[in-house]
Design a protein around this ligand. Sequence first.
Ligand SMILES: *[C@@H]1O[C@H](CO)[C@@H](O)[C@H](O)[C@H]1NC(C)=O
Ligand SMILES: *[C@@H]1O[C@H](CO)[C@@H](O)[C@H](O)[C@H]1NC(C)=O
Ligand SMILES: *[C@@H]1O[C@H](CO)[C@@H](O)[C@H](O)[C@H]1NC(C)=O
Ligand SMILES: *[C@@H]1O[C@H](CO)[C@@H](O)[C@H](O)[C@H]1NC(C)=O
Ligand SMILES: *[C@@H]1O[C@H](CO)[C@@H](O)[C@H](O)[C@H]1NC(C)=O
Length: 337
Amino acid sequence: MTEVQRSDKIEMITLHKFLIVFFGLLLFYDYYYTTVPVVARIANPKFTLLGPYNTTEASTDDVYDQLIDIKNFSFKVNPQPCQEYTAGILLVVIISSNPLNYDNRVIIRNTWGRAIESTKVVFLMGEPDNVTVAQKIQNESINYGDIVQGNFVDVYRNLTYKHAMGLKWVTHHCPMAKYVLKTDDDTVVNSYEMRHFLARELSPWGAKNLITCQVLEHAQAQRSDNSKWKVTTAEYANRYYPTYCAGWAILYSQDVVRRLLKAAQSMPYFWIDDVQITGICAQQIGVARTPLGNLILSWHKANLLTSLGPKYTGTFIFGPPDLKSAKIAQIWKAIPE
Ligand SMILES: *[C@@H]1O[C@H](CO)[C@@H](O)[C@H](O)[C@H]1NC(C)=O
Ligand SMILES: *[C@@H]1O[C@H](CO)[C@@H](O)[C@H](O)[C@H]1NC(C)=O
Ligand SMILES: *[C@@H]1O[C@H](CO)[C@@H](O)[C@H](O)[C@H]1NC(C)=O
Ligand SMILES: *[C@@H]1O[C@H](CO)[C@@H](O)[C@H](O)[C@H]1NC(C)=O
Ligand SMILES: *[C@@H]1O[C@H](CO)[C@@H](O)[C@H](O)[C@H]1NC(C)=O
């Protein structure tokens, strides 16, 4: 073998080694970034993500016709949009809705809640105490098939029944949803970014112990007569509420929904639903709440978005609350696809 041939051979071996290492790294990189999602935009995630080989238990022992202290609960209207998705669905959105907010529902159906891939949307309601309104709701429900209605009176102080009914409906009728978003009918969800956030940044297989939202800490129970949130010491004895989520947008993983329902079913009724479900019940089942921070659109940023465009706001997944229907439409129009 001449010197030239030998050095050729060495070069060949080095090249082979290099290629093997290179493609190995490439494969590893690909594997790593497609199987271990990086939760880049959440500072301190207090949940775990699921992969293709681990799932959470889907069975439930919930008593179907009990809703907290209502012993003869039933769904008056009970659509089944999840039924065909036996293999699973990424997200179901349950929207706590006031029967009178027809305009909001129409806007939501035409904007962020319109039929998008791998997402189902329903509105939660009780029974309106006004016959005319009740008839309108019945009509609306026939036309759109997206109203879940329970047999309790739809009044403000019954909002905890509405939230718990949403958890019950998901547990029994949409247990294949990986994530559950509970919102109100006066906010906007960036459905494009939400889907991306769930399927890419979190995991398409779902998560465990996930409650994420705008987290409120050290909130005091309001005792003053002129507060909309006035609570007597008989209703709630402590001075402070536990840490809880602002109720207008809360993202749950499926396992948490079942466990929160179970806790809510056996606890005394307290009418402030976000405190009760995401504070008291979440504490009982031992699930920490993860703040979403910058992923929530503030009022200020919402105004920047509609006046100057998306460059000035960064990405967001939902917010702000208390929007009029026209504002929902305006914000939606400003969101890039
Ligand atoms: C699921 O499996 C992944 C790895 O495949 C692991 O990182 C994760 O912690 C597991 N999650 C749970 C809830 O067991
Ligand atoms: C449910 O029970 C309550 C009290 O026990 C009763 O007032 C109400 O009429 C019942 N509702 C139905 C739909 O049976
Ligand atoms: C019921 O609602 C209708 C339409 O919203 C309203 O005109 C009517 O006064 C209400 N009736 C009662 C009894 O409140
Ligand atoms: C019922 O729905 C139809 C079709 O959307 C509408 O034309 C009609 O006015 C509605 N009736 C009532 C009582 O709201
Ligand atoms: C809440 O709903 C229940 C069941 O329909 C009803 O008995 C109760 O009066 C309602 N609460 C209020 C404050 O109206």
